[in-house]
Design a protein around this ligand. Structure first.
Ligand SMILES: [Zn+2]
Length: 220
């Protein structure tokens, strides 16, 4: 059997292309699927509206906020389900608070993600230019938004990838994995996290197989 090999063909902060040689397609595909659905990011998932005199409903604003990619330092946070704070809104270990306090005084203006103030230096909008709402003179928008770690399997807004595909290479024994990110994580972080998750799954599966082997009674 020919040996496995891989080659990083292109790598930028938000994109990575890896060529796998002699690796079964379903293995490469599992990296793709885990990248989309199980690598966590921090995303706004609860909004406490304090004042909203804009034309948009609270729910529509909350939905839009969930789509703003937040740069996430994964090792600084834990899942709220794993946290011992028992606080509905969470604590500094399991959530980030982003505050917005915007109004329009004399002319219609666009409020952007750059006006969100994060209480954590580790989680901030990927871009300051993402429009949140248009405010007409006299309108105000004020809220507290809570971002938490989550995974794409639970809701697409937590997906770290904007593109995740596997395609054929030039030769029949090659597969090409292309990952592009929303900016919440770097492409390298997404790939490494996916590989860690797969390793953990294989490890658990290996233990299960061992325990099965030892618990199967000898044939009579
Ligand atoms: Zn907590």
């Amino acid at each position: 059997m020919s040996s496995f090999s891989l080659d990083v063909m292109e790598k930028t902060d938000q994109k990575i292309i890896v060529k796998f040689k002699n690796v079964p397609r379903q293995y490469v595909n599992s990296i793709r699927r885990i990248s989309i659905s199980e690598v966590p990011t921090c995303t706004i998932d609860d909004v406490v509206m304090l004042e909203n005199s804009s034309v948009m409903h609270d729910e529509a604003i909350a939905h839009r906020l969930g789509l703003i990619p937040l740069r996430t330092e994964l090792n600084k946070f834990i899942f709220s389900s794993d946290c011992d704070c028992n606080n509905t809104l969470g604590c500094t270990k399991c959530r980030v608070l982003l505050i917005l306090n915007a109004e329009s005084i004399d002319k219609t203006r666009v409020v952007t993600s750059g006006e969100l103030i994060s209480d954590s230096e580790y989680v901030k909008p990927v871009s300051n230019e993402i429009p949140i709402i248009v405010l007409a003179p006299g309108q105000k928008l004020k809220f507290e938004a809570y971002a938490r770690l989550g995974i794409g399997k639970d809701h697409a807004k937590w997906q770290p990838t904007s593109v995740a595909v596997v395609k054929d290479g030039e030769n029949s024994d090659e597969s090409i994995l292309i990952l592009e990110t929303t900016g919440a994580l770097s492409a390298e972080e997404v790939l490494k996290s996916a590989l860690n998750i797969i390793n953990k799954k294989l490890d658990d599966f290996g233990k299960l197989i061992k325990s099965l082997e030892s618990s199967v009674p000898p044939a009579r």
